[in-house]
Ligand binder design. Structure first.
Ligand code: AMP
Length: 225
């Protein structure tokens, strides 16, 4: 049986700290899409101690890219779950040209295509500050920042009321610099790749979170019209 309604496949591109996770979660709330973060999937695999997680852990700690094989394995498992039918926001994937080609094949097999690849354009220098101040609710994963996005009531998650928060092990200055290098070497070429395909949209992501979110809303509404 063929699926007639095209579900949305959005890609968020941008260096670490550009706000991909924050914006993906906001799009999830507003449009009912599912955020698929390969970083989150890999961190779950590391925490669960799976074979993929054991291989990924030292690579992630160094700020390097995990092999395409492992990333595709965790992504494929997640895509097999039923909640992705309405649409997905890919956050942190693809990150190499090899992954972008693998994604094309995977979507072609499912009779789907990319609605938009949105590049969050930021200045590298600001990213270390953005990343070193960020933390998330340990219960629901809502993202916060020491300077840019504090919970309304200190120590209490706005979204779920949780009172435990955590910071990522790889959000330290040294690893962040390695992650920025990996981004420029491996991932930035995807901007031209998606521009050539006519699906690239660029958004200035240095401003306020809500203004960036409003720009993304417009893009998503157009792309899914
Ligand atoms: P992120 O949460 O997107 O910042 O990813 C955290 C780390 O997970 C990265 O620094 C990489 O080591 C690894 N990772 C996440 N997504 C990918 C991917 N698509 N390809 C390779 N490595 C990835």
């Amino acid at each position: 049986m063929s699926e007639t309604k095209q579900s949305n496949v959005l890609i968020l591109l941008g260096p670490p700290g550009a706000g991909k996770g924050t914006q993906a979660r906001m799009l999830e709330d507003r449009f009912g899409f599912v955020q698929l973060s390969t970083g989150d999937l890999l961190r779950e695999a590391v925490a669960a101690g799976t074979a993929a997680g054991r291989k990924a852990r030292p690579v992630m700690e160094a700020g390097d890219l995990v092999s395409d094989e492992i990333v595709l394995e965790v992504l494929n498992e997640r895509l097999a779950e039923p909640d992705v039918a309405r649409g997905v926001i890919l956050d942190g994937f693809p990150r190499t040209l090899g992954q972008a080609e693998a994604l094309d094949t995977l979507l072609a097999d499912r009779n789907q295509r990319i609605s938009a690849a949105i590049s969050l354009v930021v200045e590298d220098d600001a990213m270390v500050e953005r990343i070193s101040g960020r933390y998330t609710c340990a219960v629901c994963g809502e993202g916060y920042h020491d300077t840019f996005k504090k919970p309304e009531n200190e120590g209490v998650c706005d979204k779920c009321g949780g009172t435990e928060f955590k910071r990522r092990a790889d959000d330290n200055a040294e690893t962040v610099r390695a992650r920025l290098v990996a981004y420029h070497e491996e991932t930035a070429p995807l901007i031209a790749f998606y521009r050539d395909r006519g699906v690239l949209r660029e958004v200035d992501a240095m401003g306020a979170i809500d203004e960036i979110a409003a720009d993304l809303d417009r893009i998503v509404e157009q792309a899914s019209a």
